[in-house]
Design a protein around this ligand. Structure first.
Ligand code: PRX
Length: 635
């Protein structure tokens, strides 16, 4: 896709959409923010409740360790729940949920708050306190947001691990965060099958020393082993008087947090084998996420909103759990696969639940598109008003299908560019923005995005370069947990004083951004972010493998798929099914999402003279493209 291919193709939102939107003139806000960034965010912060006010909106005395709303105290959960249950929203639906097996649950703000309070009391009774890290590893069930909110309520820092990760990935993340409590479930339902979760936790815990308690939610009911003195059933704990500890009711004091106190760690892949824990805080994250969701997806009180992501990724943290609850919105969550039992499952859910705003990923669109128009056309999708996309560039063909077949050419698509690190949307349309298929359009008001060349100079319109962010924003990561040097070197050193996103992009003459993809060793598989080094270290932990290289190859549905090249240890003769065995091994160690599509055994890997694997050479060879500069290639 190039800018030229789609030049001239402009999709204008309808007058009704623009007139009814919270924001119908981006430029007014963008100008306000340009004139006074601090005042701009201060105004937005006033939409939230604080226990005590800030001394300073932005403390930029020690860049890149920016602080927001210093001196203020709050708790994001106070803003997500407490303030709504004290208002008319007490009876409003907060969460609707459907399991893959058709089971349904609904929570009003009152009911959700009650469950969160009870579970927070359970956590407190186990000794969990402000600052403690708690790991959560679950399927897409309501207890996942409940667990996150309960942690935040008592001031603990949650670290959610996506359910598609496995033994070694869990071990590494628990070890790094030093969590002593894990919240999990017996298993989950996906594609009509039962997925093991507790058994994977058990195996991971054999490798970790810190964990004292494991709390297990019963979801599938299949048999799992429970270690006495360590493992507890969630429903047993919630039935104990301790869950209703205060005054016999189910109340629980919300911990007063400093705006800069950590809210969560979220591990993401980078350029080394060790995943890094991105740290977000209560105050700034709340302001950034709440404001962006309100303006971009334009949620109204009466709306039903559905973000199909997994809460185990940043999209789920910001825009399933915290964002919608901050706004007092009603959101829907679905447990299973989009194609189960048939490829109309999602569209039938849109119809049955009357979804107004629907947010998903290009890979899902491409996957569902191949089943044809008849599946969505069986359903009444007229409730939809706005659509969204995230995670990777959306190809114009998928964009048009989404726009025409799902949105019936009425619903603007909010193609939101952002990252685990940014916490909130950064480059995105608003409902008023004229759209170009494949472009995330323009920077959110207050976000200063640009494209630099190698030397840190802005490139000319249409030229490719590195996407950077030139000023701080409230939901920005504060650091990499326990590794501030890596925070500085990874994000702020390539172009001193400027945040480097790791993406390449172009900006057209209208100032629209076109994201091209990662320029580091990160592979986006179905929108999920995986590090080549992580995959390689899983491969070399297999007893037969000496060295490995992983690359991302273009894939029609997944965007990219993992191809791996392995060199075997001397004397090892690969068996007939060796490649399959190795694929299964990676899935077991790292997770099914990291399973390579293709593994090739090679006698040698292309390396530089200093011994670094030249993945770009492998990639060029695999795609039949020119291999580029080979002057550093070892003989
Ligand atoms: O490469 C960009 C891509 O996803 C990366 C961030 O991945 P992650 O931290 O897992 O967060 C994904 C969900 C926010 C980015 O560096 N990306 C994300 N959104 C888009 C995108 N690429 C193009 N268009 C997008 N809308």
């Amino acid at each position: 896709m190039t800018v030229e291919q789609t030049a001239g193709e402009l999709y204008l939102p309808s007058v009704e959409i623009v007139n009814s939107a919270h924001i119908n003139n981006r430029d007014v806000l963008a100008n306000m923010a340009t004139q006074d960034l601090v005042k701009f965010w201060e105004e937005q912060a006033k939409e939230f409740d604080w226990f005590s006010p800030w001394d300073k909106v932005l403390d930029d005395s020690n860049p890149p360790f920016y602080k927001w709303f210093t001196g203020a105290t709050t708790n994001i959960v106070y803003n997500c729940l407490d303030r709504h249950v004290a208002s008319w929203r007490r009876n409003k639906l907060a969460l609707l949920w459907e399991g893959e097996n058709g089971e349904q649950r609904t929570y009003s703000y009152h009911a959700l708050n009650r469950e969160v309070c009870m579970f927070a009391n359970v956590l407190r009774s186990m000794g969990v306190k402000k600052g403690d890290r708690v790991t959560i590893y679950m399927g897409r069930i309501p207890e996942l947001p409940i667990a996150m909110l309960a942690c935040a309520k008592v001031g603990a820092v949650h670290s959610v691990i996506y359910g598609g990760f496995s033994v070694e990935a869990i071990h590494g993340r628990i070890d790094d965060s030093q969590s002593n409590v894990i919240i999990t479930c017996d298993g989950g339902f996906m594609n009509g099958k039962t997925i093991e979760l507790k058994a994977i936790v058990d195996e991971a815990l054999k490798r970790c020393a810190t964990v004292e308690h494991v709390i297990v939610v019963r979801r599938t009911g299949h048999e799992v082993s429970m270690e006495s003195g360590r493992d507890y059933w969630y429903h047993d704990l919630m039935g104990l008087p301790v869950a209703r500890s205060t005054g016999g009711g189910s109340r629980c004091e919300t911990e007063e947090m400093d705006a800069e106190d950590p809210l969560f760690l979220l591990y993401t892949s980078g350029t080394t084998g060790k995943p890094k824990a991105i740290l977000h805080t209560h105050g700034g994250y709340m302001v950034g996420v709440g404001t962006t969701l309100k303006w971009v997806f334009d949620l109204k009180e009466e709306d039903r909103y559905w973000c199909t992501a997994d809460p185990g990724w940043i999209t789920g943290h910001s825009y399933i759990v915290y964002g919608p609850l901050l706004l007092g919105a009603t959101s829907f969550m679905y447990e299973g696969a989009p194609t189960f039992p048939y490829p109309n499952r999602w569209w039938s859910l849109v119809e049955r639940y009357g979804i107004n705003v629907f947010y998903t990923a290009p890979t899902a669109i491409r996957g569902l598109m191949r089943f044809g128009d008849a599946w969505p056309n069986r359903h009444d999708l007229s409730s939809l008003r706005l659509l969204g996309s995230v995670g990777e560039p959306i190809n114009p063909e998928a964009w048009r299908w989404y726009y025409e077949v799902i949105g019936k050419s009425r619903c603007p698509i909010m193609d939101t560019w952002w990252q685990t690190e940014t916490g909130m949307f950064m480059i995105t349309p608003l409902p008023e923005t004229p759209l170009k298929p494949g472009s995330a359009t323009r920077a959110f008001p207050g976000v200063d995005a640009d494209i630099y060349d190698e030397n840190g100079r802005p490139v000319a319109p249409g030229e490719e370069g590195y996407l950077v962010l030139k000023s701080p924003w409230p939901a920005m990561l504060r650091t990499i947990y326990k590794d501030p040097e890596r925070y500085v070197s990874q994000y702020w050193s390539r172009f001193p004083g400027v945040y480097f996103t790791g993406d390449s992009a172009r900006k057209d003459k209208d100032g629209y951004f076109w994201i091209i993809g990662r320029v580091d060793d990160v592979i986006k598989v179905s929108g999920y972010r995986l590090g080549t080094a992580e995959i390689e270290s899983a491969l070399v932990s297999h007893p037969s493998v000496a060295e490995a290289a992983a690359i991302g190859m273009p894939h029609e549905i997944k965007g990219h798929a993992i191809h791996a090249y392995v060199m075997l240890r001397s004397g090892v003769e690969p068996g007939e099914d060796f490649e399959n065995e190795l694929k299964q091994y990676v899935a077991h160690e790292l997770g099914p999402i990291a399973k390579p599509e293709k593994i090739t055994v090679v006698p040698q890997l292309p390396k530089t003279r200093s011994g670094k694997i030249m993945r770009r050479v492998l990639k060029a060879r695999a795609q039949g493209l020119p291999e580029g500069d080979l002057s550093t290639l070892e003989e």
